[in-house]
Design a protein around this ligand. Structure first.
Ligand code: BG6
Length: 477
């Protein structure tokens, strides 16, 4: 029996709460996983309980699990606490809304510029613990915008909160298929022995999106694809794919191994980075504006909406294995995947050449079509010894009756019960920012140009050269 919880969501009037957090809490509630919970929405707008409930009811209507009576009883757990984030009074009165004898979780879902005042407000009001028990603090991305600001934020938080109280969100870690990277690697005897520089030719990580900046120009102009996606999601996928086996399946042991990988990343040479922006064009039969024409974007902006780079993890296991990362908006389709490309056989005695190097590949499909595929050579039927590539397939949908839960369901549940396995630690965040800062410094010093690509394409052609000049190819988007 989990103890009762109070979950305070700062910024409950924002998009994230409406689109992700509240629907995820509702799903946990309906599935019977939500401990006895009081949800307090903390924000500036002059709403009251009724406005909050009405707004959230609307948000839940689109959910597959929506049922009027269930939603109504779920919504009774919610109340609204109106205050500005810099008003000490708002934090003092917050204390009276916390369930006695329970756990307390503060969730920061505001724009990042509000984090410092909220953290200070909580700290000054003595809310880093409640009834003598440490509270938990969940912090959304972006966690800083470079190593310096991330370090500053970490230091500020630590004035009041211990590291074990801090839950930094990377919603990719809440995805089943990202967690499956650990299950397939460490739950099977057959993959680990070949996942190293003796057998692997190279690794590709792709997170492609079809959407553009979607009205988030304010944030995105200051971020760009490198900060928005690589620093967090791609590097977390990389860390899970390439880390050593942890001592135990437990937060500290796992994060100890991830941080080693992040620290071993070799920054790319300027010629190993490709940056680009999408231009105007036609996508699925509709005209879409170019990045520089999006509302709120500077017409001469040099913020990248696509980035591809080559790096390497300089460890005993991985030195010499190129790792290619790419991510972008307005690409051909939405797909996130990791592919591990194996070397070719040392000696061949077949008539027809087996797969080219790197075409013997293990693909982990994070989304959509969640699953895994292994491309192997098989004998083609007939009287000759011809080889042909074929796929060994595993597909979540076909193999399991259960639906894959939304990332935020798992993450919120873990925050409520205090399990930090799927949250990033201060040193991980700092190690990934330090890599990202070096990439940026490199491109600023060398003046790496910003290329263009058409919406619905696989990115700029320069990204192809990144691999083709080393005799390799990206997986088709
Ligand atoms: C977010 C980025 O972290 O991840 C967005 O800020 C991006 O720009 C999103 O669209 C992608 O997440 P998902 O789960 O849709 O792949």
């Amino acid at each position: 029996e989990a103890p009762p919880c109070t979950l305070v969501i700062f910024g409950i009037t924002g998009n994230l709460a409406r689109i992700k957090l509240v629907p995820a809490l509702y799903a946990l509630y309906v599935k019977g996983f939500l401990p006895e919970t009081r949800i307090v929405g903390f924000a500036r707008r002059p709403w009251d309980d009724a406005t909050l409930k009405r707004t959230m009811e609307e948000a839940l209507k689109g959910q597959t699990l929506y049922r009027e009576d269930r939603a109504a009883s779920f919504l009774t757990t919610m109340t609204y606490h109106q205050a500005t984030f810099d008003d000490p009074e708002g934090y003092r009165t917050l204390a009276s809304r916390l369930l006695p004898g329970g756990e307390v979780i503060f969730y920061l879902a505001t724009p990042p510029q509000n984090y410092p005042e909220i953290i200070e407000g909580l700290g000054e009001a003595g809310l880093s613990s409640f009834e003598g028990k440490p509270v938990r603090l969940v912090i959304e991305k972006p966690f800083g915008r470079d190593l310096e600001s991330a370090g500053e934020l970490n230091r500020l938080i630590r004035r009041w909160f211990g590291e074990e109280q801090i839950f930094r969100i990377d919603h990719y870690l809440g995805k089943e298929t990202v967690q499956n990277l650990l299950s397939f690697r460490f739950g099977n005897g057959i993959f680990e022995p070949v996942l190293n520089n003796r057998y692997v030719d190279h690794i590709q990580i792709t997170v492609a999106e079809k959407i553009g900046v979607e009205g988030r120009a304010n944030y995105y102009e200051q971020a760009g694809a490198l900060r928005d996606m690589v620093q967090n999601h791609l590097l977390q996928i990389l860390a899970l794919t390439m880390m050593e086996p942890p001592l135990r399946f437990e937060a500290e042991a796992i994060r100890d191994e991830k941080v080693k990988v992040l620290r071993a990343l070799a920054p790319p040479q300027p010629r190993e980075v490709v940056r680009a922006q999408y231009t105007a064009g036609v996508l699925d039969g509709a005209f879409v504006p170019g990045y520089r024409e999006e509302p709120g974007v500077d017409p001469s902006s040099t913020t990248e909406t696509f980035v591809a780079l080559r790096t390497e993890v300089r460890t005993w296991r991985w030195t010499g294995v190129p790792v290619y990362l790419r991510t972008g908006k307005r690409l051909a389709r939405k797909v996130s995947e990791v592919s591990i490309h194996f070397r070719r056989v040392p000696h061949t005695f077949f008539w027809e050449a087996p797969l080219e190097p790197g075409e013997n590949v293990l693909v982990v499909r994070i989304q959509p079509d969640e699953g895994m595929s292994l491309r192997v050579n098989v004998k083609r039927p007939g009287y000759r010894m011809d080889l042909r590539p074929a796929w060994l397939e595993f597909d979540y949908e076909r193999s399991f009756a259960e639906d894959l839960p939304e990332a935020y369901e798992r993450l919120l549940l873990d925050a409520l019960i205090g399990d930090a396995v799927l949250y990033t630690r201060a040193d991980e965040v700092e190690a990934s920012w330090s890599f990202v800062d070096e990439v940026r410094r490199g491109w600023e010093e060398a003046g790496v140009p910003i290329h263009e690509y058409a919406p619905g394409s696989a990115g700029p052609r320069e990204a192809r050269y990144l691999l083709s000049r080393e005799g390799r190819r990206w997986r088709i988007l």
